[in-house]
Design a protein around this ligand. Structure first.
Ligand code: FES
Ligand code: FES
Length: 164
């Protein structure tokens, strides 16, 4: 999908949560989101694409934002955790994580939800093995893995029920 804004003056531009944003040339996307746009649900963990705390959707794919330079984003569409609540999949995930009391400190959860969101967008009833595969790159220092897995399964179940 390439329906984002494009540079006309050499400065990269993209769509972030339905806003047209001019990007600083080599600034990693994570810093643009947190420091310039105030979108602080996306977290800084390692800065090395190793923990998943900074996950966002780029053209619908879950991607790390901590080391991704703006120059790679011209014309693309970025969705942050702030924007998923109004979507049925995002709403189901938020509800399921709360119902399962998934997570302790919560630092990892926004990134995990973005990967789960991308998964549930494509697969309506993923197996636990598939969920583990998709979330494999996410670190949770609190060790809340099991309730997190249950929450993603619960969200899938909620989405599969008519009228849920
Ligand atoms: S902060 Fe981006 S993967 Fe850790
Ligand atoms: S809930 Fe604390 S890092 Fe995952």
């Amino acid at each position: 999908m390439t329906d984002g804004s494009h540079a006309t003056d050499g400065q990269p531009r993209c769509r972030i949560n339905d806003s047209d944003v001019a990007l600083e040339a080599d600034e990693p996307l994570l810093f643009t989101l947190r420091n310039r746009l105030g979108l602080t649900a996306v977290r800084f963990g390692c800065g090395l694409e190793q923990c998943g705390a900074c996950m966002v959707l780029i053209d619908g794919e879950a991607r790390h934002s901590c080391a991704l330079p703006a120059s790679a984003l011209d014309g693309r569409t970025v969705v942050t955790p702030e924007a998923i609540a109004g979507d049925p999949i995002g709403a189901a995930l938020l509800s399921a994580f709360e119902l399962e009391q998934a997570g302790q400190c919560g630092y990892c959860l926004a990134g995990i939800m973005m990967s789960a969101f991308a998964l549930l967008t494509r697969e309506i009833n993923p197996s636990r093995a598939r969920i583990i595969e998709v979330l494999d790159g996410h670190l949770c220092r609190c060790g809340a893995h099991i309730p997190i897995l249950r929450a993603v399964e619960r969200a899938a179940g909620m989405l599969g029920k008519p009228g849920a």
